[in-house]
Design a protein around this ligand. Structure first.
Ligand code: AHR
Length: 511
């Protein structure tokens, strides 16, 4: 059996996980809102139309912050269409997803839904077809107490108290030619700078994220971050990153290695941000908001999975069905995020319901958990605390990961350790997140936990399935689910773990 070890010391910390690291994303896209979290008439819906079965699963999943309303959708969104009496709201053609947007759910409904779910809202403003003026008006509508046209309009609409939204995204993926009113870095940097300035003049307590690249494979990657931060450095707290992992090449080993590219991506964006700071002799540190991440490929390149003809309302698009294999890659991404807790201070799993999501629903029917639900829920529950610097000794393997985007097909060589790990400590003990990427063999892991005294294993689960393509479905909603990890040994105070091939494992140790 392969041998590996993990050594960590309570005194050697990377950084604390920010609660916002465990966020997710709701876009007006397909059945994410309509038929997802909002479905008036559904047997479990409350009088506001919020599906209770979905809310219950969201609470179990544990996201802490929710990005809204897009995504590509936001770049053509008039927020004013989504407030006021529902009967007066206009239907509009949404050019991001070629759908008819009825606007029966808007900013106020979203805020109410966040309250019901006990989640912090994160709002994105339209810096595509609109600019700083619409953005500042939205901040005034949401956050100003009263006595102005926009704040009094909110009160007239039935929301007396300000929404007090703290986290704002300055547009979405403005580097992407698919975006409505796509911009160059300089064009975007100027608009973002001016919008940010006015938004903060209205509410100085807000925090702002500038758009970084929509992927590390973008041709403008690197220069984009540099130019955008050159314009916005003094105005923003965050720069965003987006990543979607794929297995187009049907190369599971490379797919499992791909989260290591997320580590590189984060470290590169940190370096670029700090270079901008260095040019200014500034000690300000721009934090990272990884505000879209997930596995997404099956429903990405096939037009029929992205667009339904005839401008339908809430069509079933991007309804990716996640397999066991996807959950492993997803778990690897969780580890990458945790291990950069010093700089990644916000992150959003994209998305929440139906659309590339951990929760699936049938319109009028039940809701269930996809395979990727489990690693996220475990990370959110047990990943709060101080991430420790873990020294992992493990054999590694060579992989070549294929990452297509338009004309820019790329192959990344990766030297991937079979064991990928993260360790998070808190007042009571320590949580280990361990991914065995060996498809054939178990790994025997010796745990050397220093500075904790005697630790006992209080929880040990594994997520694995003999069929890497196994999925959960309405018929078999719990086909893939965590089970007790049997291979735990604590002989003579030494903890060793036997991790099965292709498995995601979460271990809790307490004193
Ligand atoms: O999450 C789906 C889409 O992916 C978002 O709308 C966009 O921002 C990204 O390209």
């Amino acid at each position: 059996m392969r041998q590996a070890s993990i050594t960590f010391d309570r005194a050697f910390a990377i950084g604390d996980t920010d609660p916002r690291l465990f966020g997710a994303f709701v876009e007006h896209l397909g059945r994410c809102v309509y038929g997802g979290l909002y479905e008036p008439g559904h047997p479990t819906a409350d009088k506001r139309g919020f599906r209770k079965d979905v809310l219950d699963l969201v609470k179990e999943l544990g996201p802490t912050i929710m990005r809204y309303p897009g995504g590509n959708f936001v770049s053509g969104y008039n927020w004013e269409d989504g407030v006021g009496p529902v009967k007066d709201r206009p239907a509009r053609l949404d050019l991001a997803w070629f759908s008819n947007e009825p606007n029966s759910f808007g900013t106020n409904e979203f805020i109410d839904w966040c309250k019901a779910a006990k989640i912090e809202p994160m709002l994105a403003v339209n810096l595509g077809t609109r600019d700083g003026d619409a953005a500042r008006n939205l901040v005034e509508y949401c956050n100003h107490p009263s006595g102005t046209a926009w704040s009094d309009l909110r009160i007239k609409h039935g929301w007396k108290k300000p929404h007090d939204v703290k986290f704002w995204c300055l547009g979405n993926e403005m580097d992407g030619p698919w975006q409505m009113e796509h911009k160059t870095a300089t064009e975007y940097g100027r608009v973002a700078h001016e919008a940010a300035k006015m938004m903060r003049w209205i509410d100085p307590s807000i925090e702002l994220a500038a758009c970084g690249s929509s992927g590390r494979n973008m041709p403008t990657y690197g220069r984009w971050e540099d130019d955008v931060l050159e314009h916005t450095f003094d105005q923003v707290e965050f720069i965003s990153l987006h990543t979607y992992f794929n297995n187009y090449a049907s190369d599971t080993k490379a797919f499992l290695a791909s989260p290591d590219l997320m580590d590189q991506f984060i470290e590169e964006v940190v370096a670029i941000s700090d270079a901008v700071a260095a040019r200014r002799r500034s000690d300000k540190r721009i934090m990272l908001s990884f505000d879209e991440w997930n596995v997404w490929y099956r429903t990405r390149r096939v037009r029929a999975d992205r667009v339904k003809e005839g401008w339908p309302v809430a069509p079933p698009i991007l309804e990716e069905i996640y397999s066991m294999e996807d959950a492993l890659v997803f778990g690897g991404a969780c580890i990458s995020l945790l291990n950069h807790a010093d700089r990644v201070k916000a992150a959003c799993l994209a998305q929440l319901v139906n659309v590339i999501a951990p929760i699936m629903t049938e319109t009028g029917g039940p809701a269930w958990r996809q395979t990727i639900f489990w690693p996220f829920a475990q990370m959110s529950r047990l990943g709060r605390g101080s991430v420790l610097k873990a020294i992992v000794k493990s054999e590694s393997y060579q992989a070549s990961y294929y990452d297509p985007r338009g004309k820019h097909d790329l192959f990344y060589p990766i030297d991937a350790p079979y064991l990928k790990a993260s360790v998070v400590s808190d007042d009571k003990g320590v949580s280990l997140f361990l991914l065995n990427r060996d498809l054939e063999g178990a790994i025997n892991v010796a745990v050397d936990a220093r500075g904790f005294g005697k630790l006992k294993v209080t929880e040990a689960t594994e997520l694995r399935h003999s069929d890497l393509k196994a999925v959960n479905s309405k018929k078999e909603p719990l086909k893939v689910k965590p089970a007790t990890l049997k291979g735990v040994s604590t002989k003579s105070d030494r903890i060793t773990l036997e991790l099965q091939p292709a498995s995601w494992n979460v271990i809790r140790l307490e004193g």
